[in-house]
Write a protein of this length. Structure first.
Lengths: 85, 404
């Protein structure tokens, strides 16, 4: 089959190193991720409200999504507050 | 049935049946988080699944064996238990994801929480399998699944830069969020290379009594059908990149995803998203429930077939009944369908070598395939993608779990 010619080890090693390097569990990294999540839900709420105004999404859907955004924002802000303590 | 009609139906099945909870969720999340950058993962998955589907069809046409049947015969019951358990477990989680997808579509349409829809959806899936035959299940779901082409319309309406999408077919390294990037990559590959697709296809070829004259049809259906299906997944990723990535929106919940079509297509976009999600997941749920039953029944040599009456294949019927019931219960508990879907896809990638390596051994055995054994290119492509996806999954899944 010619499979013995394939040598995936160097690629596997690079990917593993990259993953380990990229996983970044530091406080700064966590704070950056939380900030990103906060911005994401704020943008979701803005887009939902804009599309509701255009009549592109039903009222019930917009209500549920805005509610979800509010919950997620609250959770994210609590996590950020705990992180900064 | 004429071969041209077979090809046409096969292509419809490939396009309409490709998108389901897994490919929709992973493509939308990847597009939102990394723009077009992960298009290559869809392409890699499509190449791999096209090869695997072709192999499943070829095995059925030449040897008249389904995959589990041939595996049990070739490797013995004890060895066969390993891929059997692995595929059944992963398929069960994917089945629950699909039921969750339909339930979420119903939540979007009615406002009633998805948990309450789970028993209704599970019952509807079970009733359709109980009452109808294989052909109706497969072709009906795929025909309706053509509604998912709306994602292509949406991506075009958003003026997606096709040159950038094309350039992303070449893999590139992430600038940040390495763990998330690779986790998303393996989830996309897992969603594309779901074992249920080629197991189900192989069982279908046996039910339709394919012979060697179908080898050409099989190549066209598997190659073109999967490629066209892959385009729909790329369209989802591109749409998510245009709508979400440009606004800094990450997809953390299913509720966000309809915005992807509502933005370019307005109210109809929302309605067609709900229809796409519901139909695609419902079709996939039917196929996966059947595939679990096929796998167990064929593996243990029980009587099986969707075209025979349930009481004539009682154990086969019992297997899909139990699978649907348990999957419905899992969604009813309120588990997050998006998280379940993404992790099911990553686990699928993790389990790929277990399902793929025995298949490759079988596909190189002249006792089953005669002169139609695998070409080395097919062996190398499938083995490389499966093993790499598994290795990345081994590293990325724990990192993602720790991160979240």
């Amino acid at each position: 089959m010619g499979l013995h010619q394939l040598k995936p080890e160097p690629l596997i090693l690079s990917i593993s190193l990259l993953l380990v390097a990229g996983c970044g569990g530091s406080k700064a990294e966590q704070a950056r991720e939380l900030h990103q999540t906060e911005q994401s839900w704020e943008a979701t709420a803005r887009l939902t409200a804009e599309l509701r105004q255009r009549g592109a999404v039903p009222a019930e859907y917009a209500r549920q999504t805005l509610e979800a955004a509010e919950q997620e924002l609250q959770k994210t802000r609590q996590k950020a507050a705990r992180l900064s303590e | 049935m004429s071969k041209l009609l077979e090809i046409a139906l096969g292509l419809v099945t490939g396009i309409g049946g490709f998108l389901e909870a897994g490919s929709l969720a992973t493509s939308a999340q990847a597009g939102a988080a990394f723009g077009f950058q992960l298009t290559w993962a869809i392409a890699l998955g499509v190449i791999c699944i096209a090869f695997l589907v072709e192999m499943g069809g070829r095995l059925a046409a030449v040897s008249k064996h389904t995959l589990p049947d041939a595996m049990r015969e070739r490797f013995g019951v004890r060895f066969f238990t390993v891929p059997l358990v692995s595929v059944v477990l992963v398929s069960f989680l994917v089945l629950a994801s699909e039921i969750g997808g339909v339930a979420l579509a119903l939540q979007l349409a009615t406002g009633i929480r998805f948990q309450w829809w789970a028993p209704v959806v599970a019952l509807a899936v079970w009733l359709l399998l109980w009452l109808h035959n294989f052909s109706l299940v497969e072709k009906g779901a795929s025909l309706l699944g053509l509604v998912t082409l709306v994602f292509v319309v949406g991506a075009l309406k958003l003026h997606t830069p096709l040159d950038q999408v094309g350039a992303s077919l070449l893999p590139s390294l992430p600038q940040q969020d390495g763990a998330r990037y690779w986790f998303m990559a393996v989830s996309i590959i897992g969603a594309s290379v779901s074992p249920y697709l080629f197991y189900f296809y192989s069982a279908g070829a046996v039910e339709d009594e394919w012979d060697e004259s179908y080898l050409g049809v099989n190549r066209i259906i598997s190659g073109l059908g999967m490629t066209f299906g892959g385009f729909v997944a790329v369209a989802v990723l591109a749409g998510a990149a245009m709508v979400f990535h440009s606004r800094g929106i990450q997809v953390d919940r299913y509720e966000q995803v309809p915005l992807l079509l509502a933005e370019p297509l307005g109210h109809w976009g929302f309605i067609l998203f709900v229809a796409s999600l519901g139909i695609a997941c419902f079709g996939a749920a039917l196929e996966i429930a059947l595939q679990i039953a096929y796998l167990v029944a064929q593996g243990f040599g029980w009587k099986w077939g969707e075209n025979i009456r349930p009481r004539e294949a009682a154990r086969f019927t019992l297997v899909y009944t139990i699978a649907i019931l348990l999957a419905g219960v899992l969604i009813f508990t309120g588990i997050d369908p998006l998280k379940l879907t993404i992790f099911s896809m990553a686990l699928t990638a993790l389990s790929l070598p277990v399902t793929v390596v025995p298949l490759l051994i079988l596909m190189n055995d002249p006792v089953y395939l005669g002169d139609n054994v695998n070409h080395w290119i097919a062996n190398a492509a499938v083995l490389l993608v499966s093993v790499l996806a598994c290795i990345v999954a081994i590293v990325a899944i724990p990192l993602q779990l720790l991160g979240s």
